[in-house]
Write a protein that binds this ligand. Structure first.
Ligand SMILES: [Zn+2]
Length: 636
């Protein structure tokens, strides 16, 4: 069947089921969804069960949109909503999404608008023909989220064309009908960095992750191996991004520079965070005079081609592929992509960068899947002796360092990555202060942490149950606690350095640039101060040299060499990692259900993938592999 025939058939069965007064004008594939345009959308929106039943019957995601011709002009719709809702809900913004036919209402108290019976929402749709989407006003303003929204609005027409083109491709007729399934490692196999796996089925080609090895010295080791013969950009159906870290998302815009026109699937927090990190990557590269593999233009293209999916939502991404994101527990928005091939033919999941333990910010990684034949799993801490201290011990250690430093009248400097560790440490500090385990002193955040925290707190639904409960039920947002202050000027920095005891969280996490280096230089020669590493320090970075115990550092400033003597206390606390340690990986492999028939160890140095694979083989007695980049594994 051609695409047109598929669409005609679906249209026919939709029209047959809908009431005669539903005013359907057009039915289109838009990305993975079937969009039903109607002159009377309120009838369809009200009868949710009807649409749900229809979606189930057709096994498609169906969305109802108003026909653009009947939508009230935007200024009139805005006026109507403001008058209807009044002031008690504190509307902060009213925005429109043309491609979805949505009016986005942001308010401090969204509950007031939604109301008990949904009466208000029904009135908005029946009077304005815009579908209301009510959101809580993000507690901290995010520039990146604003930019993304602006891009999507400005290019709403193109966005719609893109979605229709993607929809056409997903619903193209099956030609080959062969059952072979292969996965090739283009990056991140037997190494950490530039993660990218190419999945090939009889019909389709999908890239799972497309990262950059930020610390690598040559292009050959920095980017995924698109020169391997299995990879053909023309044939690519979709790119799936597990999470925002650059070693998983950093190279996605490059694909658009070289002619890719297809979709990028990610969770909403991942889309926002990866956009922030990609913009920053270009900034840093240009400041350091390094090669920029793409430009702002391609980041914009990536945004326009990104389709956001909720967790646990099954989505067609190719004629023979369905994708579902499961929680990975690693950073906000991080997912385990699960691919279902054909009608029950084969299932695989990519559990790379997972945390199989509870953190303050996130719930642990999912271990239950509907079906699973091959599990790809990370091996970052794959050695038998990669056992990290427990969270409780690590928090105690941090607590002791802070208490002692404050007693001495010193300051605590914690270099952190902007995304992930920073928010986790903010929650840990907030909790310690609330429980009076450490004194209530100012906590300064500097660098990209504020923007990352703004994005994280705009997505409370992706956070752990305990944080969600505090935000939604108790109305207290831990990220907004008054001891947290963001630093935005050099004068402030100078005041902090001269001022009273304080905790400073600053990027970069490995002291290889950014404000953390400034604080280090100012604080290192005073033995009252403390430096605490809470994340892995990459080889060759200033952080790792300090960890090894150097006592002097030479720095170049304004053409001069200045020698710094390290007198401050140096501590390393490793239990805050967002990765699973060896014990957690073993638990994950033991507990994952259903039991896969094959385990593929990836995302780890070559000795670690081998060690984890051999342990897994002895334990589960299944096929356990530890392939390198360039290896193609035939799964079926
Ligand atoms: Zn990661």
């Amino acid at each position: 069947m051609s695409y047109k025939e598929v669409l005609d058939e679906i249209s026919k069965s939709i029209k047959k089921e809908l009431p005669p007064n539903s005013g359907v004008t057009t039915i289109e594939f838009e990305g993975p969804e079937v969009a039903v345009y109607s002159k009377n959308p309120q009838i369809l929106v009200e009868d949710e069960t009807l649409v749900r039943k229809l979606a189930k019957k057709l096994r498609k995601r169906i969305v109802i949109r108003s026909d653009p011709k009947v939508r009230l002009p935007k200024d009139e719709a805005t006026y109507f909503v403001q008058k209807l809702i009044g002031e008690e809900s504190n509307i902060t913004t009213i925005d429109f999404d043309d491609s979805l036919g949505e009016i986005i209402i942001e308010a401090d108290k969204p509950g007031v608008i939604i109301g008990k019976s949904g009466e208000t929402l029904r009135k908005i749709i029946s009077e304005t023909f815009w579908r209301p989407r009510v959101q809580r006003t993000p507690p901290i303003e995010s520039k990146v989220i604003k930019t993304i929204r602006h891009v999507l609005q400005e290019d709403a027409k193109r966005r719609q064309e893109i979605l229709r083109m993607i929809g056409k491709r997903i619903h193209r007729p099956l030609i080959y009908r062969n059952d072979t399934i292969r996965v090739t490692g283009l990056g991140g196999f037997s190494e950490v960095g530039r993660s990218s796996a190419l999945v090939q089925t009889g019909e389709s080609r999908v890239l799972v992750d497309c990262g950059i090895s930020v610390g690598a010295q040559t292009p050959q080791y920095t980017f995924p191996r698109f020169d391997f013969p299995e990879f053909d950009i023309e044939e690519l159906d979709a790119v799936v991004v597990s999470h925002a870290h650059l070693d998983h998302s950093g190279f996605v815009p490059y694909l658009f520079k070289y002619g890719y026109k297809g979709p990028v699937y990610a969770t909403k927090p991942t889309r926002d965070l990866m956009t922030m990190l990609q913009i920053d990557y270009l900034d840093v590269a240009s400041k350091e005079g390094k090669l920029q593999p793409y430009s702002q233009k391609e980041i914009r293209e990536t945004v326009l081609h990104t389709i956001v999916l909720d967790f646990n939502e099954v989505t067609d991404i190719a004629p023979d592929l369905r994708l579902t994101f499961y929680h990975a527990g690693h950073i906000v928005g991080s997912a385990i992509p699960h691919l279902h091939v054909g009608e029950g033919l084969y299932n695989m999941a990519f559990a790379q960068d997972i945390k199989y333990a509870r953190s303050r910010l996130l719930d642990p990684a999912t271990v239950r899947f509907p079906r699973l034949e091959t599990l790809f799993i990370e091996s970052t801490y794959g050695n038998p002796n990669d056992i990290l201290p427990t969270r409780t011990d690590s928090e105690k250690q941090l607590e002791d360092v802070i208490v002692e430093t404050v007693k001495r009248g010193g300051k605590v400097l914690i270099p952190v990555l902007a995304v992930g560790r920073a928010q986790e440490i903010i929650l840990v500090l907030e909790e310690m202060m609330r429980a009076e385990r450490i004194p209530l002193i100012p906590v300064y955040t500097d660098g990209m942490i504020r923007e990352a925290t703004a994005i994280v707190s705009a997505h409370p639904e992706a956070l752990s149950k305990s944080v969600r409960d505090r935000i939604f039920h108790d109305g207290e947002n831990p990220f907004l606690a008054e001891q947290f202050n963001h630093v935005s000027s050099q004068e402030e920095r100078e005041r902090i350095v001269l001022g009273d005891p304080a905790i400073i969280l600053a990027t970069s996490g490995m002291l290889n640039g950014g404000p953390s280096v400034y604080y280090f230089k100012e604080l290192c020669e005073d033995e009252k101060n403390a430096l605490v590493f809470v994340s892995y320090q990459g080889k060759g970075t200033l952080g790792s040299r300090i960890q090894k115990g150097i006592t002097e550092v030479q720095m170049f400033e304004d053409g001069k060499t200045i020698m710094y003597h390290i007198m401050m206390q140096v501590h390393s606390i490793s239990g805050f990692t967002g990765h699973s340690d060896r014990r957690e990986l073993e638990n994950y492999i033991r507990k994952v259900t259903p039991k896969p028939e094959r385990y593929v160890m990836i995302h780890g140095e070559s000795t670690k993938v081998v060690k984890l694979a051999s342990w897994a083989y002895k334990t589960v007695r299944k096929n356990c592999l530890s392939p390198s980049n360039g290896t193609t594994i035939r799964l079926h």
